[in-house]
Design a protein around this ligand. Structure first.
Ligand code: NAD
Length: 730
């Protein structure tokens, strides 16, 4: 079975069809490149062939991109001198695409055969880089299709000519959102943006492309003409200069310099814009090699693509029959209950939403209506769709309506007594098979399960707020939770298209267990007189979306104080966070309860917009005359989290480091460039990590003492991915 086939028509048009065997969408593999090249060579050499159309055998799509698993392994397979091997491999790809682009022309641009790309639909990554090398791109008018270069989302950039060609075709300014944000467009928008040349009815796609090929068109690319000027101006042109200064500033604001791929992409564009096309390709290949050599790219691909997908497909699902949810109950129609109802009803599940009184239940349902209305305004939903989704939701106070539910998710107040009452009331109404889940964020699942006489059918399904936005769901097994409950929770999470991790029951489970020390380390620094801006910016420059002080303002200082009190009550004399309490309780006492209250570590305007740090903080916690170095602040913030992740693994709360990494990035935005806490430790190396722990522990206390496991690995020289998964660390 081959990936590419060619049919030469009597009219002189050779149609090359891409059809990756056994895949629903084409992906380019190392093995497929030579097949593709051989067909191009054949068609170009055959005098009977007047031109070529490249298309796909898959309905509704051209190609999904390069095989990312192959990209993640490229470095290992590149030989003893991997940078050279990678660079040479990329230059071979450039040569194939350049062969298409030159199509047999001589150096005076004479001769050559027109080559059209005919895209039945989605064309991503290399699936657009190949068309960009063709002379004209036809796209079928398929509004569901997505066209673009999303590489930056997984820590690489379009490094097979896409960067250089797109910038030369549209100019740096217009290409910026497509390259730097990985923005995808439907065919019509792709045409108005200038990415594709023509949008045609799907059933005329091949005819139109064929017609164009036979029309003896002009095929020399603008950049192969003598007087080519880049649209919008190259860097030394006044307008171009402004673009590049602006783009550089924008990239730095957005990424804080923490994402190597964005910087490399910008460098490839800037340097490439000042030299002839073939040299620009070489520069692109150098920067792409640089990105592939950086462990960040393989770590990001591993966590954000390969392992995320594996978890979504049920990598840790017990072997149980299908547990798809048909009818569910949601108890508590507050912030979380309303969000859980929304995403479930959207996924086609019938939902019974229960609260203490009808008004509260109706308010919960109204949240879905409001959300759908916003979607309609933005052209993403229709009245019909809204009616359909709302039709699946019954808002009531009557527990009898739960009859027939196969899953209940409880999201009432965080109070064990209230939770036990509603659990009993709900279980009295449902069949023996029903799985009961609680969305508690702090209460032990094993304790809550006592309200049920079937603790094997009791589980934690912990959502993050806002439910409709957050991609992660943490599934928590209580001591007696059985495999069917786990399978049910996983099948449910799959239905609502989120990413699951499965962990064991312990205080704060996994995500909150790691986030709290991050916030606490920031609060400790406030007490020590470290400037708040240094604390938050140190985190942002590590790639965290928000610093610890901003985060606690967002999640509420009141909640932080409540958690601190509960933890202290539970831990008694072992409680280690007095220094943190000094700050959080004082803030609470000052009425600075966070963004919702309009006052926290930041001041806010009436609209809730941050206005800068609250000056009153420095009056109470005076700034230290000498501020610590940035690297030390960053190490404290980073190790506070990663050591907790290692302890969670040591304690058996985490069973799979892939979940620890994916969960950290999706759950609390842990520096995505690193691939997650375990990938980060692998990147710096466990021995270096242990050394830095020793330094931190002697300066700041035993919370930084290296866990036994890390120490052990430092000695053996192993990495987490080598020790805990079959995939060796990339
Ligand atoms: P909320 O106060 O917004 O909503 C709770 C709802 O439960 C209210 O509508 C209340 O009327 C209802 N309720 C209370 N007692 C009830 C009873 N006896 N019968 C029926 N309904 C009752 O709270 P929330 O933020 O939605 O949190 C709910 C649960 O989710 C808590 O366990 C919380 O710890 C957990 N959680 C919250 C977040 C978050 O960010 N807010 C995140 C994850 C988990």
């Amino acid at each position: 079975m081959t990936d590419f086939t060619m049919e030469k028509g009597a009219d002189g048009v050779a149609v090359i069809t891409w059809d990756t065997p056994g895949k629903s969408m084409n992906v380019m593999t190392m093995e497929a490149w030579p097949q593709f090249e051989a067909l191009i060579d054949d068609a170009l050499a055959d005098d009977a062939v007047k031109g070529i159309v490249i298309t796909s055998g898959k309905e509704g799509s051209f190609a999904g991109g390069m095989d990312l698993k192959a990209i993640a392994r490229m470095k290992e397979s590149a030989g003893d001198d991997p940078a050279r091997g990678l660079f040479e491999g990329l230059m071979r790809t450039h040569a194939i695409l350049r062969k298409i682009e030159r199509a047999g022309m001589d150096d005076k641009n004479r001769g050559g055969k027109p080559i059209a790309a005919a895209l039945p639909g989605t064309a991503l990554g290399i699936g657009l880089e190949i068309p960009l090398a063709c002379h004209r791109i036809f796209a079928a008018d398929n509004p569901r299709a997505k066209i673009g270069l999303p590489e930056i989302m997984v820590g690489i950039f379009p490094g097979m000519g896409g960067t250089t060609r797109l910038v030369r075709k549209m100019g740096a300014m217009a290409a910026a959102p497509l390259l730097l944000e990985g923005k995808l467009n439907d065919p019509k928008k792709a045409k108005s943006a200038g990415v594709v040349d023509e949008v045609v009815p799907a059933d005329e796609l091949l005819d139109k492309a064929r017609e164009w090929v036979l029309s003896e068109p002009q095929i020399v690319k603008p950049w192969d003409e003598k007087r080519y000027k880049m649209p919008g101006g190259a860097p030394y042109h006044p307008a171009g200069f402004m673009t590049f200064v602006g783009a550089s500033a924008m990239v730095n604001v957005r990424t804080q310099g923490a994402f190597p791929a964005a910087k490399a992409l910008l460098s490839a564009v800037y340097e490439g814009a000042m030299v002839p096309f073939d040299t620009a390709l070489k520069i692109e290949a150098r920067w792409f090699t640089n990105v592939l050599m950086n462990p960040s790219s393989s770590a990001m691909i591993r966590s954000l693509f390969i392992n995320k997908e594996a978890l979504e497909k049920g990598a840790n699902r017990p072997d149980e029959p299908d547990q798809k949810v048909r009818k569910m109950g949601v108890l508590g129609a507050g912030m979380m209950g309303a969000g859980i109802t929304l995403v479930s009803a959207q996924a086609g599940i019938e939902v019974v939403l229960i609260d203490q009184n009808q008004d509260a239940a109706d308010r919960g349902k109204a949240y879905t209506a409001g959300y759908m209305d916003k979607g309609i305004k933005r052209g993403k939903a229709t009245e019909e769709k809204k009616a359909q989704v709302l039709g699946r939701i019954t808002a009531t106070t009557d527990y009898a309506a739960l009859n027939g539910c196969d899953l209940i998710v409880e999201a009432v107040f965080e109070d064990p007594k209230v939770k036990a009452e509603v659990t009993k009331a709900a279980l009295a109404q449902v069949g023996d098979d029903c799985i009961f889940a609680t969305n508690t964020s702090t209460l032990p699942i094993t304790e809550l399960a006592k309200a049920s006489d079937k603790p094997d059918q009791f589980i934690g399904i912990h959502f993050f707020s806002p439910v409709e936005k957050m991609l992660l769901v943490e599934i928590i097994k209580g001591r007696e939770t059985g495999p069917r409950a786990v399978a049910k929770a996983l099948d449910f999470v799959r239905q609502i298209r989120k990413t699951p991790i499965v962990v064991n029951d312990a205080r704060f489970f996994y995500a909150n267990r790691c986030i709290i020390p991050y916030i606490n380390e920031g609060l400790r620094m406030v007490a020590e007189g470290v400037a708040p801006a240094l604390i938050d910016n140190a985190a942002r420059q590590l790639g965290f979306p928000v610093g610890p002080l901003q985060l606690v303002d967002e999640t509420s200082i009141e909640l932080g104080a409540r958690i601190a009190r509960a933890t202290k009550a539970a831990m008694g004399a072992d409680y280690p966070d007095e220094a943190v309490d000094e700050v959080i309780f004082w803030m609470e006492g000052q009425g600075r309860l966070g963004r919702k209250a309009g006052a926290g570590f930041y001041d806010y305007d009436e609209k809730g917009k941050r206005q800068g740090y609250w000056p009153g903080l420095a009056d109470h916690f005076p700034r230290a005359a000498e501020q610590p170095p940035l690297a030390q602040v960053q190490d404290r913030l980073m190790f506070a989290q990663v050591l907790e992740a290692v302890r969670a693994l040591e304690d058996g709360v985490l069973e799979d480091i892939r979940e620890g990494d994916v969960g950290a990035i999706l759950g609390w935005g842990f520096a995505p460039w690193s691939g997650g806490p375990f990938s980060w430790l692998d990147i710096i190396g466990p021995d270096e990590a242990a050394r830095r722990c020793d330094a931190l522990a002697s300066a700041f206390g035993p919370r930084f003492t290296a866990p036994e496991l890390l120490r052990d690995m430092a000695q053996s020289g192993e990495t987490f991915y080598a020790r805990f998964t079959e995939q060796a660390a990339a």
